[in-house]
Write a protein that binds this ligand. Structure first.
Ligand code: SF4
Ligand code: SF4
Length: 194
C-alpha cells in the first residue's frame, strides 16, 4: 500500500525574540525605575487576579515575561491597552513587581510608536481639542448656548492657545501620540528584521 509522505510544516525562520544586541536599554530604564520587574517569578497571581484578563485574551504575566526577555513585540501588542489599571495585580503580586506600572510605562513607549487602542486615541483627541475626555453632543451644546453659557464648559485648556504658554508645551508633551503605523510599512520592516 502506498504511503503518503507527511508534509511537515516549514521550520519557523522568523526570529521570535530579540538578542542582547537588539536590546534597547532606554525601553527598560523607566520600567526599572518604577517597578521591580526583575523580581518576577512568573507565578501567575497577577493574571489570576485580572478582571480584564477574565473576559479577554490579555495575560499580564505573559506581558511581564516578554519585557523581561527583551521581546520588543510587547510594545506593539494591542493587549497592553486592555488593562483597566485597577491595581488588583499590583496589590496581590507576592514579589512587589508592580505590574500595573509596567503597563503604564509600556503604554508610554507604545504610544510614541503609534500603538494606541482606537478608544484611547479618541479620548486623547477629545482631551487635546477641548480638555474634556467625553465629547459633549450637539444638543447639550445648543442648550448651553440658549442658557447663556459657553458652548463647552471651560477647562484649563481654554488658555492652551496662548502663544508659548507652558500649558501648550505641556499639552504637546502629554498628547504626543504617533499616528497609527501603516500596515504595509510595518510588514516590510518586519520582513527586513526577520
Ligand atoms: Fe510576576 Fe508578580 Fe505576576 Fe507573579 S504576580 S507573575 S511575580 S508579576
Ligand atoms: Fe489586570 Fe491591569 Fe487590573 Fe493588573 S491593573 S489586574 S493588569 S486590569
Amino acid at each position: 500500500m502506498a504511503t503518503k509522505t507527511q508534509q511537515l510544516p516549514a521550520p519557523e525562520t522568523k526570529r521570535q525574540f530579540k538578542t542582547s544586541d537588539d536590546f534597547d536599554d532606554a525601553y527598560l530604564k523607566d520600567i526599572e525605575r518604577r517597578t521591580n520587574i526583575w523580581s518576577c517569578i512568573q507565578c501567575g497571581t497577577c493574571t489570576a487576579s485580572c478582571e480584564s484578563g477574565r473576559w479577554t485574551a490579555f495575560k499580564i504575566r505573559s506581558i511581564i515575561r516578554k519585557v523581561v526577555l527583551g521581546d520588543l513585540s510587547a510594545l506593539d501588542d494591542p493587549d497592553i491597552w486592555l488593562c483597566t489599571t485597577c491595581y488588583q495585580c499590583y496589590e496581590r503580586c507576592p514579589r512587589d513587581v508592580r505590574p500595573t506600572d509596567v503597563i503604564i510605562e509600556l503604554r508610554n513607549y507604545a504610544s510614541a510608536r503609534g500603538n494606541v487602542s482606537p478608544a484611547h486615541r479618541a479620548v486623547i483627541k477629545n482631551l487635546k481639542e477641548t480638555g474634556h475626555g467625553v465629547p459633549i453632543n450637539d444638543q447639550v451644546r445648543q442648550q448651553r448656548v440658549e442658557l447663556g453659557l459657553p458652548e463647552l464648559p471651560p477647562t484649563i485648556f481654554k488658555y492652551k492657545d496662548e502663544e508659548d504658554s507652558e500649558l501648550q508645551k505641556m499639552a504637546d508633551r502629554l498628547f504626543n501620540v504617533a499616528p497609527k503605523p501603516d500596515p504595509a510599512t510595518k510588514q516590510a520592516a518586519n520582513e527586513e528584521d526577520g
